[in-house]
Design a protein around this ligand. Structure first.
Ligand code: ATP
Ligand code: MG
Length: 666
């Protein structure tokens, strides 16, 4: 049968034949690395609900065991030592991904000792590493393509969901009954961090690393680079950059040109374009890469079954298979590409926090950093604020101009031609979404939060967003008015009309500045640091507006609360207060910028929040408004009243779609 010619399991068949000459091994007793010692022996139950059968292997950061659940399901469980809550968030994010070419993740659990375990699908079949070992001079092209299309489909799915694998290598790619399965996605943040720490580094792990990883750049391009290396390895039997030491291999990634002599076209050009040193010059999407390669062999099976995956028919190259026109790629890229300055700051910050959390900065260094930071902040805070604000304002301006330029150059998502769907390669890359055929009854209340997370929002068009937003803006003004009346009633002494107007106007504007960006962020994965920074820039605008309104209405904004010592002169000299002791423009901007920065306001406007109006988010907003007072002594209780009013107005006014309703929408 034709299938046999391209079966991924060609090697496995051979292995099976070999095994057939030996005693048939029990499933539990498959080859066990002789010299490897595992923490848990067969039969032990370190994780409730699972019995370990045997250790499978050890990787960059943990041990992998073959185990069975109490009900008899075979699973692989991966022990991740230390408490890696932060890193495991990546896995949690991936728990609900479903694709036939991704190894299923079942759960992430903690045992009694506090160690974390990832529970995942067990693959009895071979890994690509094993298959490569059987072909020291390169695989037959058809077999290589069958593997490669499967890998590409899985990676495209990850990329479409905003996830960069970061650790693509033959050891993380398996064949399960002929279907390619990619594993270890979502774990990679930690894997890369541990590699950077140098503790677990081995030569094998760096062969697939893109050169820009050294600069902390972890875009999708690093997966494309790894795909290029894997393809090279499948075709030639060895990786392009080899060396005796980690340093030597890394140096070759950075400087050496791969030797593509032995590789025929069209593979040669395709690989050359994935292995460019400069990530910006590299092929950008998996679909583009596939478009340069021959079709997958007839019968290549890339799906689990008819509904989950798709069979790729061998199609003669057609015009549709050509790479999308350059302008389209450029515009798609501009959208996908994070703003470079923000990315540089974010990666630097991420590396720093990684190093801090992973214990790579020792205790005394940490103390020194804290003391120096605190000293600088206390002694020079007032000088730093205007400086920081100028920088942020300039950045805000640049960001706004950049966004407008991109928006003008990019066709809207709805209108953009479906570049991906145009190719058979892409057809496998984006299988139809899996939807339950039967609508389930609404889950009980205690499972709501979980359900909200698992049930993503339907994608809204720009128009729907604008419609919803305009309703929310009106509603938030009304809610702010009601809140302002309420606060002026409970305020110790009745508010002057000017004070009331100030409170109402500032809170309304504040709630709008939260609702507007949140409407465009909703239903999208986004970097929270960037969101906070955006809100911070908006907060400066809010502060400036609050100051202008105060001046216009001649509101004194007197303090009900006394300032913490040391007072007056210093604040005046720092331009925090004007000489008449009323808070300056800078004071307003600083206070509101930080109020916007400290609270994750967009969560209060998220349609999937568990209930429309919740107490805690408001309490948190008030708490930060109060804490800020000790750093930027803005007259109080004005800041608190604005924070409370904004929070209530945002929550009352923002769209709220309980799971039940959303289910019927999708
Ligand atoms: P890395 O930490 O970079 O992923 P690695 O892939 O070598 O390195 P692990 O992922 O920890 O290390 O895997 C250790 C061993 O367990 C490997 O030999 C791998 O083939 C095997 N393995 C991992 N996951 C599974 C699974 N779900 N089913 C079967 N075997 C697995
Ligand atoms: Mg692995």
């Amino acid at each position: 049968m034709e299938l046999a010619a391209v079966s991924l399991d060609e090697g496995e068949d051979r292995a099976m034949n070999l095994r057939a000459t030996q005693a048939e091994p029990e499933p539990d007793a498959a080859p066990r690395p002789a010299a490897m010692k595992f923490t848990y022996p067969s039969g032990s139950r370190p994780l409730e609900g699972y019995t370990i059968k045997r250790g499978i292997g050890r990787g960059g950061f943990g041990e992998v065991y073959y185990a069975t659940s109490d009900s008899g399901k075979e699973v692989a469980i991966k022990l991740i030592r230390r408490n890696l809550d932060v890193e495991l968030r990546g896995v949690t994010q991936c728990l609900n991904l479903k694709h036939p070419n991704l190894l299923s993740l079942y759960d992430v659990k903690q045992d009694e000792l506090g160690d974390s375990w990832v529970v995942m699908e067990y693959v009895a079949g071979d890994s690509l590493e094993g298959a490569l070992e059987r072909h020291p001079d390169g695989m037959p092209r058809q077999q290589a393509l069958a593997w490669f299309y499967g890998i590409a489909a899985g990676v495209t799915y990850l990329h479409d969901h905003g996830i960069v694998h970061r650790d693509l290598k033959p050891g993380n790619i398996f064949s399960d009954g002929g279907i390619v399965k990619i594993g270890d996605y979502g774990l990679s943040k930690f894997i890369s961090a541990s590699r950077r720490s140098g503790q677990t580094e081995s030569v094998g792990t760096v062969h697939y690393m893109a050169p820009e990883i050294g600069n902390g750049r972890y875009g999708k391009e690093i997966d494309i680079y790894a795909l290029g290396i894997i393809l090279y390895e499948m075709l030639t039997g060895h990786v392009p950059f080899e060396g005796e030491s980690v340093g030597e291999v890394l140096m070759k990634h950075l400087t050496a040109e791969p030797n593509l002599q032995a590789i025929e076209e069209p593979y040669r050009t395709a690989i050359a374009k994935t292995l460019t040193k400069n990530p910006d010059a590299r092929i950008k999407t998996v679909a583009e890469l596939l478009a340069m390669l021959p079709s997958p062999p007839p019968g290549t099976f890339l799906g689990g079954n008819g509904t989950l995956g798709a069979k790729v028919e061998a199609a003669a190259p057609s015009p549709a298979r050509r790479a999308p026109p350059r302008e389209k790629i450029v515009s798609a890229l501009l959208v996908a590409d994070e703003e470079p300055i923000a990315r540089a700051i974010r990666t630097a910050f991420q590396q720093f926090t990684d190093a801090w959390n992973a214990g790579r900065i020792n205790k005394s260094a940490k103390m020194i950093i804290i003391v120096v930071a605190a000293y600088t902040f206390v002694m020079h805070g007032f000088l730093l604020v205007p400086l920081a604000m100028t920088v942020f304002m300039m950045y805000g301006l640049y960001y706004a101009v950049r966004s407008v330029v991109i928006a003008c150059r990019t066709p809207s998502v709805a209108k953009r031609p479906p570049v991906v769907q145009a190719t058979p390669a892409a057809a496998i890359a984006s299988p139809p979404p899996v939807r339950p055929a039967v609508r389930l009854p609404a889950p009980p209340y205690h499972r709501r939060v979980e359900a909200e997370r698992a049930n993503p929002l339907p994608i809204k068009t720009f128009r729907t967003r604008i419609e919803e937003l305009s309703g929310s803006l009106l509603a938030s003004s009304a809610a702010a008015a009601v809140m302002s009346v309420f606060l002026s009633v409970i305020h110790a002494k009745a508010l002057e009309p000017g004070e009331f107007a100030w409170l109402l106007l500032v809170s309304t504007l504040g709630s709008w500045l939260v609702l507007i960006p949140s409407k465009f962020w909703e239903g999208r994965e986004g970097d929270s640091t960037l969101r906070r920074l955006t809100l911070m820039v908006l907060g400066m605008g809010l502060g400036a507006a609050a100051w202008a309104v105060k001046d216009f209405l001649f509101v004194p904004l007197s303090r009900d609360w006394s300032l913490p010592a040391p007072v007056t002169e210093e604040y005046v000299s720092a331009r925090f207060y004007d000489s008449d002791f009323s808070p300056s423009l800078i004071a307003h901007m600083a206070y509101f910028a930080f109020l916007m920065l400290l609270v994750r306001w967009w969560k209060q406007a998220d349609p999937s929040r568990p209930s429309r109006l919740r107490f805690w988010p408001t309490a948190i907003a008030i708490f930060w408004a109060w804490q800020l007072y000790f750093f930027w002594p803005f007259p109080q209780p004005w800041g608190l009243m604005v924070a409370a009013t904004m929070s209530i107005a945002v929550q009352v006014a923002a769209t709220w779609e309980p799971a039940r309703r959303r289910g019927s929408l999708s």
